[in-house]
Design a protein around this ligand. Structure first.
Ligand code: HXC
Length: 260
């Protein structure tokens, strides 16, 4: 399937989604979000695809935010009546039960930072810059930035970033636990695809289960989260892949996964 504002490639079991508006630093307009919604639904529905990577085209940006030109032309009521970008604040992310990684190759600002934070984890190039500069435009984060950034890096740093609009470099982002790893700029995509291929080689049902458990830590109390973990663990013990995985370990061979 082809899209107007993104490209999608399948590399074995890994889907690579590239934001493709390099002249506008991959700013997220309504068409990008619509294309991404379709691409993520297709990824989720395709049983051959087991991990996804999202990155930005060009050398400079992952995404420099929501498209300011588009936003500047909207009437105030439109934002409310369209429920501007609402699918991306939670629904698309919740419906995507399979894992996806953000490979951040440059600016990840405003909605770009928010999109990266929706991913299961972020791998960043040493050139990456994260920020929530919306305050400088007279607005504020609107796709989860104030919530996800605060949960990721804590109140003090998140508050400072939202109130000053300053950018955070990749090394600081790694120290602050915003990202999983910093890699050299030129090897970012290789590293992200290699990590995605490693995830895609795992038993698929256990992958979804691990993702669900970790996410439960953000939605529940510790007690409830521990129950979610135990129940999912117990369900996995009934899977064919559990029998295969344990047999493969004992027989010193690779597992041959069925995904059930
Ligand atoms: C539309 C954008 C854009 C954006 C950059 N461009 N960011 N267009 N929306 N968010 C365009 C510029 O207009 C310019 O187009 C081209 O990309 C290159 O950008 P420059 O500014 O010339 O590049 P540079 O000087 O290197 O500066 C890079 C930058 C700067 C620091 C990233 O572009 C910048 O500050 N951008 C805005 C970042 C931002 O405020 N993001 C938050 C948006 S609000 P032309 O045609 O002039 O060459 C948001 C809210 C989310 O995200 C909530 C939604 C519900």
């Amino acid at each position: 399937m082809s899209y107007e504002t993104i490209t999608v490639e399948q590399r074995d079991a890994v889907t690579l989604i590239t934001l493709n508006r390099p002249k506008a630093l991959n700013a997220l307009n309504s068409q990008v979000l619509a294309d991404l919604t379709d691409a993520f639904a297709a990824y989720q529905a395709d049983d051959t695809q087991l991990c996804a990577v999202i990155t930005g085209s060009g050398d400079k940006a992952f995404a420099a935010g929501a498209d300011i030109k588009e936003m500047s032309e909207k009437a105030p009521a439109d934002f409310y009546l369209e429920d501007f970008f609402s699918p991306w604040t939670s629904e698309v992310v919740k419906k995507t039960r399979k894992p996806w990684i953000a490979a951040v190759n440059g600016f990840a600002l405003g909605g770009g930072c928010e999109l990266a934070m929706m991913a299961d984890f972020i791998i960043a190039s040493e050139n990456a810059k994260f920020g929530q500069p919306e305050i400088k435009l007279g607005v504020a984060p609107g796709m989860g930035g104030s919530q996800r950034l605060t949960r990721a890096i804590g109140k003090s740093k998140a508050m400072e970033m939202c109130l000053t609009g300053r950018m955070m470099g990749a090394e600081e982002a790694e120290r602050a636990n915003l990202i999983a790893r910093v890699v050299p700029h030129d090897s970012l995509l290789d590293e992200a695809l290699k990590t995605a291929a490693q995830i895609a080689s795992m038993p698929p049902m256990a992958t979804i289960a691990n993702k669900e458990m970790v996410n439960a830590a953000f939605e529940t109390s510790l007690d409830q989260g521990l129950i979610v973990e135990r129940r999912i663990f117990q369900i996995l013990t009934a899977s064919e892949d559990k029998t295969e995985g344990m047999a493969a370990f004992i027989e010193k061979r690779e597992g041959n996964w069925k995904g059930c």
